[in-house]
Every structure is written in C-alpha cells, then in structure tokens.
Design a protein around this ligand. Structure first.
Ligand code: ATP
Length: 379
C-alpha cells in the first residue's frame, strides 16, 4: 500500500467549499508510473453522489494507487480529479474534503472513543454542543454508545474499525474512501461489518469508494464495481452486469470463476452465436461479434450449467468428483471427445447431484454463455 502512513487526521481541515454540493466525483485519464512500472494507466470514471463504488482487482492491479491519487496522498503523472465540481488534482489532501478509513485503524491510543470521533469536529471549530450532538448520533448509529469512554486498546478489532468509520462519518464528507477496511478482521466479523457499512451508507446516502481484492465483498457492497487489471479498468459496471455479461475473459474468471470451453465460431443466428466446441458439441451463446471460423472460448460459470437428457446438450462427460457444500454440490466432469482435457466445474442444487462416474449431458441458457476471441490461438 503506497504512502498510506499519512495520518487521516491530516485530512480533516476545513473543506467548506467542497461539501454538500451533491455533485459526483470524476476522474479523467489518471496515470501514475514508478520507474518502469505503470501502476495506473489512463483510468477514467464518473461516480454519482450516493453511489457505493468498489475497485476490485488482484494484488498490484493499481487499486490503492488510484485511491491514493483521489485522496491526494499520491501525485498523478497526468490526468485530473474533480470532486463536487471542483478540480482538486493539485490540492493538498486536507483541502479535498474526503473521509478515509484504512485497514489500520489509526486511532489515537490516548483518547477515548468519544474523543477520537469528536476530533475532526474539534479541528473544524464546531461548537461543543454541536459536537456532543453529532458524536452521540454517530456512535449510536454504529452501536458504540456504550463504549464511548473506553480507549482503543480496550476494544476488539471490529469495534476499533467501527470507531474509525465513525470518525470518517462524523463530519459528513461528500466522499469516503476506504482501503481494505475489513482486511484485518476474521470472516465472521467482516460479514457483519459489511452489512453495517452498507446500512450506514444507504441510511446517510454516502458516496463511498472502496478498495478490496475480495470478490464476494465487492458483490455484497457495491452499486458498481471497477474491475482492475494491470493499472487499467477492464469493466466498470453493476455486479449483475459484471456477473452476467462480463466483457473480458478476465472479468468472467475473476468474478464468476468461469469455465472456458475452447472451440471455433460456427455462425450466428438472429438470437445466438454458435460455437463448435473442440469436444464436438454445438453450443449456443449470447450474440457476439466474432468472425466465423475464429478460435474462441465460451465462458460458462459453474452455477449456470444444467444436466439434460442425452443428446440435448453441448457437452457429454463423466463425473469425476462430487462435493457437497451446504445446499449446493460441486461437480467436476471430464468431457468426452476431442482433445480437450480440462475438467468442467459445475455447481448444482444438492438434490440434483449426479453419481460418481455417471455419464452426464450438460446444457446452459445461451443468455448465460459469453464468447471471447481466443487471443492465444489466433482468435
Ligand atoms: N511507492 C511505490 N513505489 C514503486 N512502485 C509502487 C509503489 N506503489 C505501488 N507500486 C507498484 O504499482 C503497482 C500497483 O500497486 P497498488 O498498490 O496500487 O496495487 P493494488 O491493486 O492496490 O495492490 P494490493 O491489493 O496488493 O494493495 C504495483 O506493481 C506496485 O508494485
């Protein structure tokens, strides 16, 4: 994480000119290089007020660097950042009016919970009475009222992160930036805090930009997700669109753990793209502009397969493994025919589990099958 050792308190000075405008945040062609490494490469996006947007990507994809440029802790080589209608690209972090919550809580150890949360208001010269009202309200909302007199070391990790969240919320910044805020917590607590963050965001109509490498977290929290790879945004869309209509194989794989079935484009009908799989079957997919004869990969997520009567599907195979996961069953199938040796991974309702070694036929709704040119094989 670059340059995040700057205390968030530095950013809490007066931002009167920026708050409350209700205007979106916009980023245009942001770029940042470190020596020979391009960390962020021409990233552009528009974020509406009240939106919860997540930067999702694997390690090193440029999420934190993009967030830090928006925050002002990292200077872009080029590009611009506009918050609430004002160009803040060259403004110091404390002049941008943004709130921050980091993975490290960065609370003042010698102050009580109440004092930590009141601190940003104190910095802004808010009256004592108003401080009492706002801190009380914010702690109440986060379920921390009973802990107001404790110091951070007397709190659990989850409680400390809630205090950090309160401190970012208390002065109602127009945009709150969060960098893996739940990364240090265990799974159960993470799930619980995700729900709380989402509730508070919706209740207050906050605009949030959130960084995570956890797909599930991104899907649960976000109105839109920017999937990042090698410093670029592969796709910026709603969770549903990303899941159902991924525009690149990377997005299909990263979000949906898709199977990629190799084949050749055989033609188009009015409603479908037809792919002749290497294993012999004919698969119908969503319409996709790929020239006939091109090598392609058909992406099908594990949960999108269905078993069908013999001869009705696009793939026949034998069941190699069956694993029960609650109400679902994960099944791997070895396709018959052709040279393809990759196992196909399915997820079926537990009641539909096939027997080990059984011969099965697979189908999928064409609307749930994407087709991508196979760049590696002359697509
Ligand atoms: N201060 C720096 N100096 C040199 N290279 C850096 C610096 N900060 C980031 N990078 C490089 O820029 C690229 C993007 O890093 P960044 O931290 O933005 O990725 P990320 O997606 O947030 O990853 P992570 O999830 O691991 O934090 C990486 O290749 C990283 O090594």
């Amino acid at each position: 994480m670059p340059e995040t050792d700057v205390m968030p308190e530095l950013s809490l000075a007066s931002t009167a000119g920026l708050t409350g405008s209700g205007k979106p945040l916009s980023v245009t062609r942001l770029r940042k290089t470190y020596g020979g490494v391009t960390a962020v490469d021409e990233v552009s996006m528009e974020i509406a007020a009240g939106e919860f947007v997540t930067f999702l990507g694997s390690s090193g994809s440029g999420k934190t660097t993009t967030l830090m440029m928006i925050a002002g802790f990292c200077e872009p080589d080029s590009g611009s950042i506009v918050v609430g209608g004002n160009d803040v690209t060259r403004l110091a972090p404390q002049k941008r009016g943004l709130g921050f919550v980091f993975q490290q809580y960065l609370l003042f150890p010698h102050m009580t919970v109440w004092e930590n949360v009141a601190f940003p208001l104190q910095l802004r010269g808010v009256s004592k009475a108003e401080q009492r009202r706002r801190v009380g309200e914010t702690l109440e909302m986060a379920g921390l009222s009973a802990m107001a007199r404790r110091r951070p070391r007397e709190l659990s990790g989850g409680q400390q992160q809630r205090v950090a969240l309160c401190r970012a919320l208390v002065y109602r910044p127009p945009v709150i930036l969060m960098d893996e805020p739940l990364g240090a917590l265990d799974k159960k607590l993470r799930d619980q805090l995700q729900t709380e963050i989402k509730r508070i965001q919706q209740e207050l109509g906050l605009t949030v930009i959130y960084v995570t490498h956890d797909q599930e977290e991104a899907l649960v929290l976000s109105d839109r997700i920017a999937v990042m790879r090698d410093g670029r945004i592969d796709q910026f869309d709603t969770p549903q669109e990303l899941f159902e209509r991924p525009r690149t194989p990377f997005v299909a794989d990263f979000l949906g753990a898709a199977n990629f079935l190799p084949g050749r484009l055989e033609g188009q009908t009015a409603d479908h793209t037809l792919v002749r799989l290497d294993t012999g079957g004919l698969l119908k997919a969503r319409p996709q502009a790929v020239p006939d004869g091109a090598r392609v990969r058909a992406a099908v997520q594990p949960g999108r397969f269905a078993l069908c009567p013999q001869g009705d599907g696009f793939c026949t195979g034998t069941v190699e493994t069956v694993t029960y996961v609650g109400t679902l069953v994960r099944v791997t199938v070895r396709p018959l025919g052709g040279a393809a040796t990759e196992l196909v991974r399915l997820e079926l309702p537990a009641g539909r589990a096939p027997a080990l070694g059984a011969r099965v036929d697979l189908t999928a709704d064409p609307a749930n099958v994407g087709v991508f040119p196979d760049a590696e094989h002359g697509g």
